[in-house]
Design a protein around this ligand. Sequence first.
Ligand code: NDP
Ligand code: MG
Length: 360
Amino acid sequence: MRRLLVLGATGSIGTTALKALREGLMPDCQLVGLVGHSNVKAVEMLAEEFSCPFFINSDGAPLQDFIESVSPDITLNGIAGHDGLPASLATLSAGSVLALANKESVVMGGSFLFDEARRLGRRIIPVDSEHSAIYHLVQDHQDVEHLVITASGGPFLDRKDLDSVTPDEAANHPTWKMGRKISIDSSTLANKGLEVIEAGFLFNMPADRIEVTIHRQSIVHSMIRLSNGAVYAQLSPPDMTLPIVAAVNDGHAALHDVVRPLSFKDLALTFQDWDRQQFPLLALAYQVLEKKEGWPIAYNAADEVAVAAFCQGRIRYTQIAGLVGRVLDADWSGTAHSLEEVLAVDRAARKEAERCLASL
Ligand code: NDP
Ligand code: MG
């Protein structure tokens, strides 16, 4: 049996993973630990159900010691937000393969995260559905010229007046059921922005070789465009069970019936361009990936502060993009070579975002 640890066990990714375990979709995995944060009761109940130890990750607590004590072969990181990066690094240091849903780890950690993985001889397997699709597609094809990432377009693709949008409306995703932050990011396409940056680092692709297309049905999870002109795509229903199970399985067993088979009866797939004016946060992400250095860290931090401020009623929905843009006007040059340096840029960007917020 392979030993599985789940970080962010109470969240949307964690819940889907544990449901897949209960349903026998990962038969060669044994759950050896759970990590939670604020919802202590829920983690305790899960630990009892699965008869495994748990850990509450709070400031200063030694997460790496816990990971080492349960000695996982594979760790699913489903933590939301910037706290995911230290957890990813602790996972790699503890000697585990990393099945990574926490896209912030890649956006903030950038080359440093992958250098660390190489230095420690550990693999990182993407769980984000678009990146999972590409990860599996590129294993079978050489000469990939472009990555084509699909975006649902979120709930406001055809809505003009966005001034009065509430957090609940923004979090109401048309095709996926996910945590609150990523759902709101999907409505502004900041999530797609984070994913473009994520793809840049994961697959070592420059910004001008990553395309985004709006595909409202969320059936095509991403595509690769080869230099010979062919395009290959991965299709399945919008259900995170498949990318989670595929990453955790890591090629160890043949997978059967993970998601319901796709029916082509009445299946209409559409694709359309996205508009830079309508989705400035995606346009900014391209600039951020071109510049790299501290810019991806600042983009992520500014967006986290902006979305939190929107949820708290401090700014309107339409002010989120402007706030992120203002933070990115500052100078974020300089490459971070350690977790401490990454976190220092993250803190500085949050401070700058708070300063911009106060002056709005
Ligand atoms: P949720 O908000 O649903 O869940 C977040 C989880 O992270 C909770 O279990 C929460 O614990 C835990 N958590 C938060 N802070 C910490 C911390 N400091 N230490 C340990 N655990 C912590 O988020 P999602 O599941 O939607 O998303 C998780 C990650 O996966 C994000 O990075 C997201 O972008 C990515 N992702 C999610 C997808 C989805 O379908 N949901 C799809 C693709 C990527 P508690 O509740 O106890 O506070
Ligand atoms: Mg995604």
